[in-house]
Design a protein around this ligand. Structure first.
Ligand code: NDP
Ligand code: N5H
Length: 257
């Protein structure tokens, strides 16, 4: 067994730009020799995702639309993959959304529509894409999603996203329970804060990063490369005994009281 992923194909969902955690995962997969299929939501990102895909060492020809709020989109996307590629060996789900107004103040003020939107995109979507991906994972494989510490404890301003991440983490366990018999593992990475497009406009992001530098056991912030390399481990057979797990790639911050 080797950590080479040559001959293996993975779907990476959620590259918006070069700062995206999904892009860190894609770079690590590319280094390991894997073939990557990219999916994006907004049309405005198609060109940039294709340019990024072309900038990698390997040849990654497939860049497909997939808005995870739309069942038809998900079905069409995976049918296209089935037709054009066939078997896949795993998937990295790097997608979340909540309305900006809900990422400040009191969680209590979240209205029903915004609660459902955050849960739809950030949690249910993992279940929806896993159902379609399973059909193409004829040799077994590994599904991965991204979560944050705010799903385990209250963190200021994370609010409805924390509740959605708790739901996502529970989904990881139930999906692991369902898919284990098909040789498919399901895990999450809980990443430390990384300055991405999603994190843009968060007022006190600098002070959050500073606190981690001061308090985390490793005294440094998390990089997309660190998340990418753990993703390669989870997507490879080296982690063949691991499922339903949440691995913190956060310089150890979550153990600090
Ligand atoms: P990015 O902004 O780079 O990525 C977020 C992605 O979500 C975008 O590519 C966006 O696609 C996608 N997305 C939103 N709505 C939809 C939709 N309806 N259908 C399909 N895709 C959609 O941010 P990150 O890399 O930071 O986020 C990736 C994941 O990492 C998220 O789950 C986030 O919660 C998690 N995470 C981030 C941390 C951080 O500090 N940055 C820490 C811990 C976890 P598009 O732009 O095309 O709409
Ligand atoms: C405790 C914190 C700080 C509070 C911030 C919360 C961030 C939540 C993440 C969600 C995904 C951000 C989000 O939905 C932003 C959108 O409302 C606006 N942005 C967009 O629409 C852009 C253009 C697109 C690309 O973004 C998305 N998501 O589609 C948490 C931070 C310390 C860590 C963090 C940033 C965690 C995380 O989960 O991302």
């Amino acid at each position: 067994m080797s950590l080479s992923l040559e001959g293996k194909t993975f779907v990476v969902m959620g590259v918006a730009n070069k700062r995206s955690i999904a892009w860190g995962i894609a770079r690590s997969l590319d280094k390991a020799g894997a073939t990557i299929i990219f999916t994006y939501a907004g049309e405005r990102f198609e060109k940039s995702v294709r340019e990024l895909a072309d900038s990698l060492e390997g040849s990654h020809k497939h860049v497909l639309p997939c808005d995870v709020t739309n069942d038809e989109d998900i079905k069409t996307c995976f049918e296209t993959i089935q037709k054009e590629v066939g078997t896949i060996h795993g998937l990295a789900h790097c997608i979340a959304f909540a309305e900006k107004e809900d990422l400040q103040g009191e969680y209590l003020n979240t209205n029903r529509d915004n609660f459902l939107l955050a849960h739809n995109i950030s949690s249910y979507s993992l279940t929806a894409v896993s159902k379609e991906a399973r059909k193409l994972m004829t040799e077994g494989g590994s599904i991965l999603t991204l979560t944050y510490l705010g799903g385990e404890r209250i963190l200021q301003n994370y609010n409805v996203m924390g509740v959605a991440k708790a739901s996502l983490e529970a989904s990881v366990r139930y999906l692991a329970g369902d898919l284990g018999k098909d040789g498919i593992r399901v895990n999450s990475i809980s990443a430390g804060p990384i300055r991405t497009l999603s994190a843009k406009g968060i007022g006190d992001f600098n002070s959050i990063l500073k606190e981690i530098e001061e308090k985390a056991p490793l005294r440094k912030n998390t990089t997309p490369e660190e998340v990418g390399d753990t993703a390669v481990f989870l997507l490879s057979d080296y982690s063949r005994g691991v499922t339903g797990e949440n691995i913190h790639v956060d310089s150890g911050y979550h153990i600090v009281g």
